[in-house]
Design a binder for this molecule. Structure first.
Ligand code: HEC
Ligand code: HEC
Length: 359
């Protein structure tokens, strides 16, 4: 039996006595009984363990007076698993097989009440894959009491997050076990994905993925702007980084637009892990991208070029007869003044650097 479902079944059987589990329109009734009733071990089975994989489950009781103290009457736990006095069963099983143990719960009333129950833990080589999306969570945590998603008997097709949370808070039909402090506390994100699955909106959802998987090289001291892009998912996207190297100094990422911009200050390489979330609370996708910032390319040295190419005819730079001339004027002179024709080998960048030095 599926391990989480097995324990939910217990909740459901417990709820049956009270509210009519999975019934059509039972009333909202508190599932956990009052202190005056007899203490009872709630579990009717324990999850299957996977050999060599961490195992954790809980023994639960109802009735009597909390806190409860748990102990073993007879039998041995699978090697690697221990029982704590407050009912946690955990560890990493190391031996295949079926282990039968009689568990005893003792409550805090005076005189103390107790109950005991034989339960087995089966350690197998099977692996259990937890669900990651709404329909899977529903199958795991809801369908046992509310019938399968999409089946004719499925209830609460228009349930909102607030209604489900209210039912959990009120412990309707034993649903309190899905809330904080319960055996299977579900997060708001999980509950939202469940209500989306119930409403049928989850089936069309395609998780977003990055369409930007690399970025052009940036240059220290030069303004840079690139926009990260993605497809699918449900807008709005929210952009962030998670783990990896920080974004290079001088650049910043706009969380709403995905624009990575600024003027990088330092040459280097950063392996940044970008993270994208969308309107679906359980979605989070990552894309590692290497951002390379090159050192600023050293431009031609205009003053030095002037000294070697122009000073002999037009005087030292500081007192040059050609102060204030632009690159275009210099190019025109090179093309038009006979004695300057040998300077036609100067590149446009060199002429520009000389013009800059002359300003
Ligand atoms: C242990 C059994 C059990 C489990 C597990 C369970 N429910 Fe319920 N739930 C009930 C019972 C019983 C009722 C009351 C009868 C009814 O309305 O169907 C109920 C009522 C509700 C209601 C109506 C609340 C109201 O105020 O009318 C919603 C919505 C709901 N459940 C959703 C869920 C969802 C979603 C899950 C899974 C996250 C879930 N339930 C898990 C037993 C359960
Ligand atoms: C071999 C001598 C010689 C060299 C070297 C030379 N020039 Fe000239 N240049 C001249 C002469 C002669 C003229 C025309 C007379 C005048 O305008 O000074 C001239 C004219 C110019 C003019 C156009 C007239 C004006 O004043 O706007 C510019 C601009 C100029 N030179 C800039 C330069 C620059 C910059 C260099 C170095 C890259 C340079 N020249 C190198 C001789 C030279």
């Amino acid at each position: 039996m599926h391990k989480v479902l097995a324990v939910i079944m217990v909740l459901c059987l417990t709820a049956l006595n009270i509210a009519g589990c999975g019934s059509d329109g039972g009333s909202a009734t508190t599932g956990n009984s009052a202190a005056a009733s007899a203490v009872v071990v709630k579990n009717s089975s324990l999850p299957v363990g996977t050999n060599g994989t961490a195992y954790k489950t809980f023994l639960g009781a109802s009735g009597g007076k909390a806190p409860y103290i748990w102990s073993i009457v007879t039998g041995s736990l699978p090697p690697g698993i221990v029982l704590t006095a407050d009912g946690n069963l955990y560890g990493t099983p190391t031996t295949l097989g079926t282990f039968n143990v009689v568990y005893k719960v003792t409550d805090s009333s005076s005189p103390a009440q107790s109950d005991q129950k034989p339960l087995e833990i089966n350690v197998s080589t099977l692996t259990f894959t937890p669900p990651t999306a709404g329909a899977g969570f529903y199958a795991e945590f809801c369908s046992f009491c509310h019938l399968d998603l999409g089946s004719s008997g499925q209830q609460h097709k228009d349930a909102t997050l607030a209604q489900v949370k209210a039912a959990i808070a009120a412990d309707t039909g034993g649903m309190g076990e899905l809330g904080a402090g319960g055996l299977f506390p579900l997060s708001d994100a999980q509950l939202t994905s469940i209500t989306a699955a119930i409403a049928g909106t989850a089936s069309t959802y395609i998780a977003p993925s990055f369409t930007t998987t690399s970025l052009p090289v940036a240059v220290a001291g030069t303004p840079y702007s690139q926009t990260l892009t993605a497809k699918d998912g449900t807008l709005p996207y929210v952009w962030a980084t998670m783990g990896g190297d920080p974004i290079p100094a001088g650049l910043s990422l706009n969380a709403a637009t995905g624009v990575l911009s600024g003027t990088p200050t330092t040459a280097g390489t950063a392996n940044v892990i970008f993270m994208l979330t969308d309107a679906n609370p359980s979605t989070m996708v990552h894309q590692p991208i290497t951002i390379t910032v090159n050192a600023a390319a050293a431009g031609p040295d205009g003053a030095a070029l002037y000294a070697s190419k122009c000073a002999s005819c037009h005087g030292a730079l500081a007192t040059s007869a050609k102060k204030g001339r632009t690159a275009a004027q210099i190019q025109a002179a090179i093309g038009g003044v006979g004695s300057m024709s040998s300077l036609s080998t100067l590149s446009a960048a060199q002429v520009q650097a000389i013009a800059t030095a002359l300003q």
